[in-house]
Write a protein that binds this ligand. Structure first.
Ligand code: ADP
Ligand code: MG
Length: 699
């Protein structure tokens, strides 16, 4: 339950004074995920990215050109265009040093006459230019009388907006949200950040939204630092609480005898990589220890994480316990099940698959077997979280593709057994700083090495206009029996008019390749998705048009061609992930990045990096660097949960401060008691880490 003092911050923007339903919708689009409503808090956390300085108020004769100036003038003359003329409406204004022409194209004459009456004193703000030897301001930003001028913000914040939403409206909404901030107790230590007069949360927000100077927006001002620290402390505190809860429950040693693992190893058609062996040893040591394992297994696409997980699970089964593997999608759960069955069943492991799609009867049977210990390893989707799922003795929970799950879900699986070890796998390697940020101080095993025989995927770029050349090449390859993924960025046209919808591309390719083309996207029923994947895996179809549902984990080794349409719209990590879907069977593979020209700077950089390297760890660093430099691609694309107030590049050093402080807090007051504890609970709620508070009650 969120404390009621925070209710005004979570009010929808539609409920703010002066915001009608139309603008509320636009704010939803700008600030909230699809289908969600933006709230006052989202407005407050939407920081300006620039500021316009209107404090420069020279006399006309001294006014610098090509800069924004604010002039106090008298209206001298109106120069309306002739009746049918397309010429602009001009107004001559002057002070005692010179004059300026105000120029209005397609002007509303009535408005001009009303706002600029002859002889009146007015304040004009806009960019002064020289044209044809005369000073002019085209479409001044502000035309104000004395009253309006008194209210004009000397420094005006500029926000990222969305089509149809005016800065003015956004500014008004933010004003309304600022007015809603309740009086909150301070949650920081008085000495926090070594800032002598630490601005309060509300003061800091006011300062960034109502800057006094453009420099007020710099990341290192006390206000920005405070807000960044608020956010980082909330995330680190949530992680510290989770970790404390997990560690509080004593772990148990799972010491296997190696029998099952030996059988699996003997049946492998390849040798383990050195990285795999090293990771297995690290995990083994954790499993054998009395403390609870909390380990992150990072490895690039195809680096062989699943096998490492299988060995870990087998060790737990040898010790007489059960293991669970959770995947983010049904396709992946099925695929994992298949892989594990290939290697595991011969070794005597009893496996089961549990997804949201099972019939009641088969589900009931699986649940019964799990509860009595008739199943060693269960593989599934989030269906594994449900309360009805009970294990006889869960020893290890493996979570694949971690960042797709929330902290809350991670905990839910861990809760299935108070003492279960936890292994988290991610195919998007994360730079060291981010590991800390998102996972707290988890132990980390890295699979840096790729299995032998893995080919470098030849990566090429091609503008969309030359798709014909690509199709000609594809025809030859398909005739030779090749299999290709064709990835499109969006499922429906509604989101962007020029989006190459997968549907449309499917129809188009069908006209060329007939029934050799399949389609899979997120909006399909899982039965249909699976049928499409199967047909492709079996070679009944040779081109699979897909949206990013194939991004994670899908393993079809026979596929050797990856076409990514509108590559400029994908994030770096995502491009890398997609490319990793090919080049898996040692056959020569290629990746074609189709882009819409001209490429923007950021897209050019991303595509350049993908062409240059296929080291996921390097790509992860570059991704952080690019996004840290203001790439607004959005965190959804990269798969990492983002910060809204903290900029990991600028505020990186605050992260370890926040981590240490969070640890100290949890050590001193593990249940967040007392006045500071209360205040910290508010902090957690404000940054929507309220689920961490739930942990204070249980166990
Ligand atoms: P990841 O989950 O890291 O993307 P997988 O575990 O799915 O990678 O492995 C990708 C493919 O490589 C699978 O087909 C797997 O059987 C195979 N593989 C795993 N380890 C090795 C190895 N040491 N040598 C060769 N192939 C391997
Ligand atoms: Mg995998």
């Amino acid at each position: 339950m969120r404390p009621s003092i925070l209710t005004p911050l979570f009010a929808t923007t539609a409920s703010l004074p002066g915001i009608g339903p139309k603008n509320a919708k636009l704010l939803d689009r700008l600030l909230a995920g699809s289908g969600k409503e933006a709230r006052a808090l989202d407005l407050l956390f939407h920081l300006p990215y620039a500021a316009i300085d209107r404090r420069n108020r020279p006399k006309i004769a001294d006014a610098p050109l090509d800069t924004i100036v604010t002039l106090e003038v008298k209206v001298a003359e109106h120069l309306p265009p002739g009746a049918r003329s397309k010429a602009p409406y001009k107004v001559l204004v002057e002070d005692d040093t010179g004059d300026v022409l105000l120029v209005f194209f397609l002007a509303n004459h009535h408005w001009i006459e009303k706002s600029l009456p002859l002889g009146a004193t007015r304040w004009i703000s806009g960019k002064l230019e020289l044209w044809d030897g005369h000073r002019q301001i085209v479409h001044p930003d502000r035309v104000l009388d004395a009253e309006g001028f008194a209210k004009m913000a000397p420094v005006e914040p500029v926000y990222l907006s969305t089509e149809g939403l005016f800065q003015k409206t956004l500014g008004r909404a933010i004003d309304a949200a600022l007015a809603k901030i309740p009086a909150l107790p301070e949650w920081h230590d008085r000495t926090a950040l070594n800032i002598p007069a630490l601005p309060s949360f509300a003061e800091a927000l006011r300062e960034v939204h109502r800057p006094n100077t453009p420099e007020s927006l710099a990341p290192q001002t006390p206000a920005r630092r405070r807000l960044a620290y608020d956010e980082l402390l909330a995330s680190q505190l949530a992680l510290a609480l989770m970790r404390a809860k997990i560690r509080r429950a004593p772990g148990r040693a799972s010491e296997g005898n190696g029998q099952i693992r030996e059988k699996i190893a003997a049946s492998l058609p390849f040798a383990l990589t050195a990285s795999q062996t090293a990771a297995m040893a690290e995990i083994d040591a954790d499993l054998g220890a009395e403390t609870r394992m909390l380990r992150l297994l990072q490895g690039d696409v195809g680096s062989g994480k699943t096998l490492v997980a299988l060995f870990a699970m087998a060790a737990v089964v040898e010790a007489g316990r059960q293991a669970a593997l959770m995947a983010p999608t049904e396709i992946l759960a099925r695929q994992h099940h298949q892989t594990l069955a290939t290697f595991g069943e011969a070794a005597g492991l009893r496996l089961a698959l549990l997804t949201g799609r099972d019939t009641a009867a088969s589900r009931g049977k699986t649940l019964a077997l799990l509860a009595e210990g008739g199943i060693d390893i269960v593989i599934g989707t989030h269906a594994l979280f449900q309360e009805s799922v009970v294990f006889r003795d869960l020893g290890l929970a493996v979570v694949d593709e971690q960042h797709r799950f929330g902290v809350h879900q991670r905990l839910a699986l861990g809760d299935k057994s108070a003492a279960a070890d936890i292994l988290v796998m991610t195919a998007t390697p994360i730079p060291r700083t981010l590991v800390l940020t998102y996972f707290g101080d988890m132990d980390v095993s890295n699979l840096r090495e790729k299995p032998a025989g893995r080919q470098q995927v030849a990566t090429r770029t091609l503008p969309l206009e030359r798709m014909d050349e690509l199709i000609a090449r594809l025809k030859r390859a398909i005739a030779d029996g090749a299999r290709a993924f064709w990835v499109c960025p969006l499922v429906e046209e509604s989101e962007a008019l020029d989006a190459a919808a997968a549907q449309e591309r499917f129809v188009h390719l069908q006209q060329i390749f007939g029934d050799k083309v399949g389609l899979v996207h997120g909006k399909m029923k899982s039965r249909d998705k699976e049928a499409a994947m199967d047909a492709f895996a079996q070679g009944k179809t040779q081109i699979l048009v897909a949206t990013t549902v194939i991004e994670v984990g899908v393993d079809i080794p026979q596929a050797t061609i990856m076409v990514i349409e509108h590559a400029e719209r994908f994030g770096l990590a995502q491009l890398h992930q997609l490319r990793g879907r090919v080049g898996r069977a040692g056959a020569k593979s290629s990746c074609l990045l189709l882009y819409k020209a001209p490429l923007g700077e950021a897209a050019k950089a991303r595509i350049g990096i993908v062409r240059e390297t296929d080291d996921g760890f390097r790509i992860a660093e570059e991704d952080l660097r690019l996004r840290g430099e203001g790439e607004v691609l959005g965190t959804k694309q990269s798969g990492l949960p983002g910060f809204r107030l903290a900029d990991l590049y600028a505020h990186g050093p605050l992260l370890s401060l926040a981590r240490n402080e969070a640890r100290k807090i949890v050590e001193e007051s593990p249940r967040l008691e007392g006045p500071r504890g209360e205040a910290l609970r508010l902090l957690l709620n404000i940054f929507e880490r309220g689920e961490a508070i739930r942990l204070l009650r249980g166990g």
